[in-house]
Write a protein that binds this ligand. Sequence first.
Ligand SMILES: N[C@@H](CCC(=O)N[C@@H](CS)C(=O)NCC(=O)O)C(=O)O
Length: 215
Amino acid sequence: MAITFYGRATSDNVQKARWMLAETGRPHEHVELGGRFGGLDDPEFLKLNPHGKVPVLQDGETVVWESNAIVRYLAATYSAGVMWPQDPAARANADQWMEWAQTRLYPDANRLFWLSVRTPEADQDKTRIAATLERLNGHYALLEQQLAGRDYVAGDRLTIADIPTGATLFRYFEMAFDRPPLPNIEIWYGRLCARKAYQTSVMIPFDELRGRLAF
Ligand SMILES: N[C@@H](CCC(=O)N[C@@H](CS)C(=O)NCC(=O)O)C(=O)O
């Protein structure tokens, strides 16, 4: 079945889903959409995702939107028993880190990016930036503990647990902030950076987004 993936490469939610797609190794077409590419109000696109957001995955007759849903769909369909743990308890263990990343880690990571990178320098609120960075560092401190004695978030190999958590790291390490020492995370980040799928999907320069609040 033909796979088409929609979404601009500079979007963090797109990066997460695109990384999972790259890990499956499935051939696909990537259509840049949203941001400076526009197209989210196009009636044809709204038929795929009535919310008018990216990412969207089309796999034959199946259409999936919401980045974590795309990650789960791809892992279950093309990486069962590898990135998609088949044992329910093992899957729940990985899944809980996905949920935590979506509800705790990602909101602060995304907020920090908007407050510091996307907001023009002159308008930046340094107090909010500092408070957000402190919360974000707290989230990473928890992840740091989870990675003690583990190569990956849910154990000894890459699973769905690594995708939403690991997808936040490139920006975290590229933004010009003082960071607390996070040795376990740094080793794990090194492992992710060595993966072609991570390099091509997540390690995307974000200079074109600087000072740009429009989308
Ligand atoms: N919760 C959704 C969020 C989708 C979303 O807000 N996508 C943003 C990009 S990160 C978007 O489409 N923004 C409009 C644009 O890029 O033009 C997901 O995880 O997929």
